[in-house]
Design a protein around this ligand. Structure first.
Ligand code: ADP
Ligand code: MG
Length: 219
């Protein structure tokens, strides 16, 4: 599998990406959105709505409703936000699969990983990371299981947004770029290797369990 990486520099650019996705995805497709609060997940869904002919204002982060359906002129959008899903009970009474399975429906799920094993497997996964200022890095992985559709989507994103298509694999633990210089692997560069060393020296890495007696430093 490959990963499509693209950068947006404003909320409008992310919205415009969402609007383009509306014409690139198929009925039944679900976009899973991951990223911290404020990364731009809802912003992308708002664009998706616009692309489906649904007024952007109707889309908010429905953190308190979990899932909402908006009907457009030819297709509907099911927008879910699993932020508050802290266990299977929270999903009782919500048949997300049924909502997503309605004809002529496109889905978008924020914080999808919180759905655990109820997270749709066949999906387009989009991870958004905030970088400096309004810059956002988006990584899109096509998990629909159709290589031709994946290539079509990647081509369109490359043409429209200058996205890079890279082989999927480990990324630099510091900046998440893909390592290119084997000498500094797993870091992408000498700069990130030194940043990691500096974190160790400052004690920024913590051990997540108590030390066993034999692991205690010798005095
Ligand atoms: P999330 O749903 O991931 O919590 P939102 O989409 O609700 O995030 O909010 C994203 C915030 O970041 C908005 O205030 C938006 O204006 C701002 N923003 C700044 N730059 C960007 C960008 N490049 N893409 C998306 N949002 C951006
Ligand atoms: Mg949101």
């Amino acid at each position: 599998m490959s990963v499509v990486v693209l950068i947006t520099r404003s909320a409008e650019e992310t919205e415009s990406l969402g609007a383009s996705l509306a014409s690139l995805v198929r009925d039944g497709d679900v976009i899973l959105l991951e990223g911290d609060l404020g990364a731009g997940k809802t912003c992308l869904v708002r664009g998706l709505a616009v692309g489906l002919g649904i007024p952007a204002e109707s889309v908010s982060s429905p953190s308190f409703v979990i899932a909402q359906r908006y009907d457009g002129p030819s297709r509907s959008l099911v927008h879910a936000d699993a932020y508050r899903v802290d266990g299977p009970d929270r999903l009782a009474g919500i048949d997300l699969d049924e909502m997503l399975g309605e004809p002529r429906t496109v889905g978008a799920i924020e914080w999808a990983s919180r759905l655990g094993d109820r997270r749709p497997a066949r999906s387009i996964e989009c991870r958004i990371r905030s970088e400096d200022g309004d810059r956002r890095r988006l990584e899109i992985r096509d998990r629909r299981g159709d290589a031709r559709e994946a290539a079509r989507l990647a081509d369109a994103l490359r043409t429209l947004f200058g996205a890079a298509v890279e082989p999927d694999g480990p990324t630099c633990p510091i900046c998440r770029a893909r390592p290119s210089a084997p000498a500094t692997t797993p870091f992408c560069s000498e700069r990130c290797r030194l940043a990691d060393l500096s974190r160790w020296m400052r004690g920024a890495y913590l051990i997540s369990r108590p030390l066993e007696p034999e692991e205690e430093p010798l005095n």
